[in-house]
Each structure stands twice: as C-alpha cells, then as structure tokens.
Design a protein around this ligand. Structure first.
Ligand code: GUN
Length: 296
C-alpha cells in the first residue's frame, strides 16, 4: 500500500506538551512539599471586568491547582485607582508565601502598567516584564523570562526544529512577545528579522523565513502564500469571532488551513501557544520559589 503523501504540516500540539510539562512540575512540587517546605505561591491581580482577561486568569489559577501551586486571587473593580493597585503590589512584594506576581494585562486605560512594573519585585516577576528582567534577558543573564516566548522555544525544542543558522522572522515588537522571542531565537543562533506594522514587503520577508513567529494581533493576517515551503509557523494570535450561524469561532494571526498545506510544522489556534504560556507561568513560579528559598 502506498501511503498518501502528507498534505498538511505537522501540528505542534501545545495542549499535549503543556500537560506533559505540568506533570513534571507537579512531581517537582510534590518533592518540595515532601521535604517539609511550603508550596510555591502565585498571586494573580485582575483589575476590571474584561471577559477575556477573566477567562485567562481563571485558566491560570486552575492550572496552578493542577500542579499543587498555591494561587492568591486579587480582584479589583475597573475604577480602582493607581495608589490602591500599587499598594497591593507592594504588599505582595513583601509576602513570604508569594513567589510570583502576575498583573493581568491590559489594565483599564486610566492605569499605568509601567508604574506597576516599576514597583514589582523582579524576583517575583513571573511575566518577565520588569525593566530588570528584560535587561537581564537582553544581556544574556539568568532571570525570569516572559512565558509565551519561553513556551515557543520549548515547542520548537520538542519538535526538534533546528534553530541554529536559520532565518527566523518575528512579526510584532511587543515587550511581552515580539522583543523577547527575537532575543531568545538569536541566543539560539538564529538570524532574526523583526517585522511590525510599518514593515514594507512583509510577504516577501516571510517567504524567506525558515521559522515564522506571528504576534501581529490581526486575525488571519498571514496568508498561506507568505509561507516558505517546509517552514515552521508559530501563531501567537487568538481571536474570538462569530461564525455564519452565530457559533463562536477561535482563530489566530495566520490563515491556518492554507499555511498548513505549505509548512512543515505549525501551531494550531487554540491548542498551540496558549497552553504553553500558562505552563511556563507555572514553571516560572516554581523557579522564583526555588531562587527565593535558596534551592537554586
Ligand atoms: N495578557 C495577555 N497575555 C498576558 C500575559 O502573558 N501576561 C499578562 N500579565 N497579561 C497578559
């Protein structure tokens, strides 16, 4: 029997990989507790009533539970003032049972994420977003790294995607995703091109990408014709829309069906990068615990 040639790229199953990462982390927490130590703790701060943020936060606290990490939820109404929020962060900085602090973004428009990050203890910065954490990443020093970029690197490693010497194209230049992923890829010896909304001839640049990371924030922005045959495509986008019959549809920044016909590896949305982000948040919380308690 002649096997039919595969017409779609190999799907990079982030959901399955995240479950396997959680199992490893659960064993780690069990060992910590067996030695008589307290459980690692993550404080999650949510301001306002953005539905998507509430869902992401719920997902994060449920994932903590799965691996035995203690989570502390701090919810504030949308009209909370800066002083109240900063006081909360300062209290969490001082808490002995809190190893990681995550302030869910975006904040309501009258609040400044920058001011929050300026007071947040870098040792508890599980988002890797403080100037200290970003500086350490850019300088190649140890530190807590942003979760989505690390999750992407773990996915690439799991699928044995060769990064060294390859041309990696990153679309998006946010502090949370674009900038750190470009740096991590470069540290693995990729040649990185950073693109953004003002980049000219983006389709042609993408057609040269061995690894394409898309964090454009625009639904199905990258077309199948932009993908180099055999490339690895990482889709960081997530968009909730309604289908023709009113059904809920989730899609990414890449036209998945077309891109999958050309790519060698591709992440689905949902079930690709998203679950890995949460798994890396748990991993960062345990790392912060280990560093703060002197295990590492
Ligand atoms: N909002 C969307 N993604 C993230 C994330 O990774 N961390 C935080 N704090 N907020 C987010």
């Amino acid at each position: 029997m002649v096997l039919q040639e595969q017409s779609v790229g190999q799907v990079m199953d982030g959901k399955a990989l995240a479950a396997s990462v959680r199992e490893t982390l659960k064993e780690k927490v069990t060992k910590i507790v067996e030695t008589g130590k307290r459980r690692p703790g993550l404080a999650v701060v949510l301001v306002g009533d953005d539905k998507a943020s509430a869902l992401y936060v719920k997902n994060k606290t449920q994932s903590c539970k799965k691996v035995g990490i203690e989570s502390f939820m701090h919810t504030f109404p949308a009209d909370t003032d800066m002083e109240t929020l900063l006081n909360c962060i300062k209290t969490l900085n001082q808490s002995d049972v809190v190893d990681g602090i995550l302030v869910q973004l975006p904040l309501p428009s009258h609040l400044s994420a920058e001011e929050v990050l300026a007071v947040l203890d870098p040792n508890k910065d599980v988002d890797g977003l403080t100037t200290e954490s970003m500086g350490r990443l850019f300088a190649g020093k140890t530190g807590l790294r942003p979760c989505t970029p690390v999750g992407v690197m773990v996915l690439l490693e799991e699928h044995k995607v060769d990064v060294e010497g390859k041309h990696a194209v990153v679309i998006g230049r946010s502090n949370l995703v674009g900038k750190p992923i470009a740096m991590l890829l470069q540290q693995k010896n990729a040649t990185v091109t950073m693109c953004h909304s003002r980049t000219k001839d983006l389709d042609k640049i993408c057609q040269n990408a061995d690894i394409l990371v898309v964090a454009a924030g625009k639904r199905e922005f990258v077309k199948g014709s932009w993908i180099k045959p055999g490339a690895t495509v990482i889709d960081v986008g997530i968009h909730h829309t309604q289908g023709p019959d009113g059904e809920s549809v989730i899609s990414g920044d890449v036209q998945y069906a077309d891109a999958a016909k050309v790519a060698r590896h591709i992440t689905p949305v949902p079930g690709g990068v998203g679950p890995m982000t949460v798994a890396m948040l748990l991993s960062n919380t345990i790392t912060a615990f280990e560093r703060r308690t002197g295990i590492k």
